[in-house]
Structure formats: C-alpha cells, structure tokens
Design a protein around this ligand. Structure first.
Ligand code: HEM
Length: 406
C-alpha cells in the first residue's frame, strides 16, 4: 500500500473537474480505502472510499445512523464533536434512527413508494414536467435552469404527494437551503430548523384533524404516531424529496451538455434514457457524504474501527472505484451501472428511489426533446458548484437556446 497523509477535514475541492471526486479522495481510495480522518475539531475518525468497504459498512447496522443528518446536534464541517454516544434522536426522522425504531416508521411509508405505486404516477409526473417545460419555453434565454426547471419539478411532485401546498414552498425551500449549507452556525441552523418545524407541525396537526388524500394524511391516520413524529417524518420526506432530485436534474443537464455526443444519442433514442439515468446517478452521486457511528469495535477493510468512532462514507468515491466499474471516471450511457450505491445500501436505502428515477427520466427526456439547441450560457468553468453544500450540484445553471422551443 502506498502511504498517503491522513486528511485533516474532508477533502472537498473539485480539483479534478466539476463531476469528479477531489483528487485527494481518489488517492486515498487507491492507497487505503478505509482511512483515518482528522475532523476539523481535531478528533480522529474514519473515511471509507472503496466500493466493497462502503457497501459492507452500509449493510451493517452496528454502524449506527443516529448521527447522520442530525443537523441540529452535529455542526458538520465546522467541527464535528467527538461522539461519546449516539446523539439524541429527532422524533420521526427515521434516516437518523437504527432498527427497530427505524423500521417502525419506515414500514408505514413503504406502501406509498412501491414500484407499482410509482408506475401509476408516471403519466402524472410526465404532465408536471411538460407544464414546467411550457413555462421554460415562454421565457427569454438565458435563464437559470435550477430555478426555472430543476427545482420546481421535484418540489411540485413531492408537495403533491405529501399534500403540502406548493404555494408555501417559500417557507421550506429557503430554510432547507439554509441548513444544507455546511458553514453555518448552530444558531442559524436552529433558526431554519424551527421555521420549517413550526410550519410542518401545523400542517400535520390539521391533517390529523381532517385527513385528505395524500401520504402525510395516511401517516397521520396512524394514531400511535405523535405529532412530533409526524412532523419529523414530513420534514425528512420533504427535504429528501426535492433537494437530491433537483441537483441530479441540474448537474445531470450540465454533464450532458459537456458530453454532447451522448446527449445527441439520447435525443435520437429515448429508449436509452433509463440506462442513462442510472449512469448519471453513478457518475454524479450528488448525495455523496454520509455519517455513521461505530457502536462496537469493528473490522472494516482490514482496519479496526473502535467503538465510538465517527465513520464517513463517500458514495461518489465508491461509485468511481475501478475495482467495481471499468473506466469509472468516464460517463458512458451504455454502461451497465447495476450495483451503484447512489441511493445507499442496507436498511436506509433510499425510500424515494423509484420516484426519483421516474422524475429524472421524464425530466431529461422532456428537456432534450423540447430544447434541441440547449446550451450553457456561460463558460463551463463559471458554473457555480455546490462544494459548500451537503448535497452536491450547481447553484445556478445559466442556459440558452437558439430556436423557439416546441
Ligand atoms: C435515503 C439518495 C431522492 C426519500 C437516501 C439515502 C441516499 C439517498 C444515499 C441513504 C441515506 C443513508 O443511508 O443514510 C437519494 C438520491 C435521490 C433521492 C440520490 C435523487 C436522485 C429521494 C426522493 C425521496 C427520498 C425523491 C422522496 C421521498 C428518502 C428517504 C430516505 C432516503 C425518506 C431515508 C430512508 C431510511 O432511512 O430508511 N436517499 N435520494 N429520496 N431518501 Fe433518498
């Protein structure tokens, strides 16, 4: 094994290009796929970058999730405290819970997100996409694709599914963006958290009193769930349901514009779309960094991780591991990307993955079909990357087109 320095803080700089892992991450994966990592506050933990090691770790619930997404108690990059025990749980946020608590909540939602249920929504989602493309076509370019297309589509979809009025998006979008920011004080994070929480508490309380035909109402019908739990679950679904997909749509469009011959192939043959979406998920891995906490001494990739350690995984690094995917740093829409870890693995594997796939297939298909001359409106180097956010992507994607769109 080649010796590399133990990184201090998570390497974030996209020095190899906007779509590629930081070079330091790639070097670490080759040298030591389970590597020590010094957190900004000085405590030592681990960083897992190898495909097999990431997969193994995510399948093992002795690596607790009770730290992950605990945005209030864990000021992420600003100096994560050395945990002595799992941090307090936020009611209802089952992404940050372990079995059996996790399953108790997740089971009540799996029926709403099955492949079959999502298939039934396919046409409706295609309509939402088409209406948003109509809106886009009415604008005079250049426009920001994030604000005009990539963010509204998943927001409209998740709001409708959950029964959250889209008109209220100002309340939760601005605040969600706030705590997605890495460099945030605890006060700022708390402020944003309380604003969304207050809004959602009122919403789920009214749904419990007068249930409608939506996922949150169905959840509220479970009398054994407290209002705090309903609020936490709503928070998680709302947040997970739009930030990730929005960034896949915008960064994915950027990637396709940078690979014009593959974009042209997709335009010519929509049958290639499902495979292309899988490959974009692998290649971009916008939900990259996740935390776990070792509840006992554990072996991983030949290293001993002691009880109480914080362990960070990079799904992007895993999805670009040459031991799993050939030419991993090449975008190839014809590749079989099966086994990708972009939706995680194990008990927490993404609940909304079928929904996300349907939204992305419809989104990329519609965009390519209706805007045949779509192009970046600024040089690629000027596109603002979300290296400061927990979910990667672009802050803005200025695009233009020459002919009037159909
Ligand atoms: C969990 C990625 C879209 C809801 C996860 C996890 C990943 C992920 C990696 C695992 C987290 C962990 O192990 O700690 C993505 C990506 C998406 C996407 C890349 C879009 C391309 C969605 C959508 C929803 C959703 C549309 C809609 C409801 C959830 C929920 C969890 C989750 C509820 C927690 C599951 C659990 O803890 O059991 N997602 N997601 N996601 N995702 Fe997604």
């Amino acid at each position: 094994m080649t010796q590399v320095d133990v990184p201090h803080g998570l390497p974030m700089d996209r020095d190899a290009g906007p779509f590629d892992p930081p070079r330091a991450i790639t070097r670490l994966r080759a040298a030591r796929p389970v590597s020590p990592l010094v957190f900004p506050d000085g405590h030592e933990g681990w960083l897992v970058t190898g495909y097999e090691e990431v997969r193994q770790m995510m399948a093992d619930t002795r690596f607790s999730s009770r730290l992950d997404l605990d945005i209030v108690h864990v000021p992420y990059e600003t100096g994560m405290p050395a945990p002595t025990e799992p941090s307090p749980q936020m009611p209802g946020m089952f992404i940050a819970m372990d079995p059996p608590d996790h399953g108790r909540l997740r089971r009540k939602l799996t029926g709403a997100f099955t492949v079959k249920r999502m298939k039934q929504l396919e046409e409706h989602i295609a309509d939402i996409v088409e209406r948003q493309l109509d809106h886009l076509a009415r604008l005079t370019p250049p426009v920001d694709l994030v604000q005009e297309f990539a963010l509204p589509v998943p927001s409209l979809v998740i709001c409708e599914l959950l029964g959250v009025p889209y008109a209220d998006r100002g309340t939760f979008q601005a605040n969600s963006a706030q705590f997605m920011l890495r460099e945030q004080t605890l006060e700022e994070k708390m402020g944003a958290y309380i604003a969304v929480n207050t809004y959602l508490t009122e919403l789920v309380t009214s749904k419990r009193a007068e249930p409608g035909d939506d996922i949150l109402s169905d959840l509220a019908r479970h009398e054994e769930l407290t209002v705090e739990e309903l609020t936490g679950a709503a928070f998680l679904l709302l947040l997970a349901g739009h930030e990730t997909t929005a960034n896949m749509l915008s960064l994915g469009t950027f990637a396709l514009l940078e690979h014009p011959s593959q974009a042209a192939e997709l335009r010519a043959d929509a049958e290639l779309l499902p495979g292309a979406v899988e490959e974009l998920l692998r290649y971009l891995s916008v939900a990259d960094i996740f935390f776990r906490y070792a509840t006992e001494d554990l072996e991983l990739g030949g290293e001993t991780i002691t009880k109480g350690s914080t362990v960070v995984v990079s799904l992007l690094a895993a999805n670009r591991d040459p031991r799993r995917f050939e030419n991993p740093d090449t975008l190839d829409i014809h590749r079989n990307a099966r086994g990708l870890l972009s939706f995680g693995h194990g008990v927490h594997q993404c609940l909304g993955q079928q929904l996300a796939r349907i939204e992305m297939r419809a989104g990329f298909e519609g965009l390519l079909r209706r805007f045949p001359t779509l192009a970046l409106a600024v040089p690629a180097e000027e596109v603002k990357l979300r290296t400061d956010m927990n979910i990667y992507g672009v802050h803005e994607l200025p695009v233009t087109w020459t002919e009037p769109a159909a």
